[in-house]
Ligand binder design. Structure first.
Ligand code: HEM
Ligand code: HEM
Length: 134
């Protein structure tokens, strides 16, 4: 397994644990749950689910295609954008719901843009890699 595949899988498992812990805390403090809901949802879906898919996808899809991944460099850029974007979204979404300040809203937007770019890079790299068999 490549270095970056291992790191995507490690981060996925860490987000899974953090998201679950947050879900549990939301049950323990029902009145406050809505503040942390988007962080819980996106840590689970963009963290646990998507990071696992990125890691496994980068490992397995080029092998199914019988050719190497289109760009190793894009994987590294995507790793950092996806992780910084998700951590930023999770922290600033909670802070913004606690206190609707322009700074938190701006940081949330910036993080969401980083996350969107990361998704675009994954889509682009995989589309340039996959091809029909034969
Ligand atoms: C021990 C594990 C978990 C706990 C305790 C937990 C807890 C919660 C709680 C308290 C809510 C808020 C519900 C509400 O008040 O409307 C919620 C929402 C949600 N959770 Fe979890 N959760 C867990 C695992 C997961 C996992 C593994 C996923 C996805 C992979 C997930 C995805 C979601 C989503 C998408 C919502 C939003 C649903 C909506 O908008 O109605 N949760 N969870
Ligand atoms: C750049 C990536 C993403 C951005 C910027 C984003 C943004 C948003 C926004 C603005 C909301 C509405 C929250 C509110 O009610 O105030 C939302 C809700 C939701 N999103 Fe995303 N999303 C992203 C990716 C995803 C992905 C990849 C999934 C699923 C695989 C997902 C699943 C959900 C779900 C289930 C909800 C409803 C539960 C909740 O309110 O937290 N999102 N998202």
């Amino acid at each position: 397994m490549s270095h970056w595949t291992v790191w995507f899988i490690r981060m996925s498992l860490i987000y899974f644990f953090l998201a679950t812990l947050l879900g549990l805390l939301m049950l323990l403090w029902p009145g406050q749950g809505w503040i942390y809901l988007p962080s819980h949802t996106h840590l689970n879906l963009l963290g646990w689910m998507c990071m696992m898919i990125y890691g496994v996808g980068y490992h397995i899809l080029p092998r199914f295609s019988g050719k190497p991944i289109f760009s190793e460099t894009l994987i590294v850029v995507q790793f950092w954008l996806a992780n910084l974007g998700l951590v930023g979204m999770s922290v600033f979404w909670g802070l913004y719901r606690l206190n609707a300040q322009g700074l938190f809203q701006g940081m949330l937007l910036l993080s969401a843009i980083a996350e969107t770019l990361a998704i675009f890079l994954f889509v682009y790299n995989i589309l340039r890699t996959v091809k029909p068999a034969g």
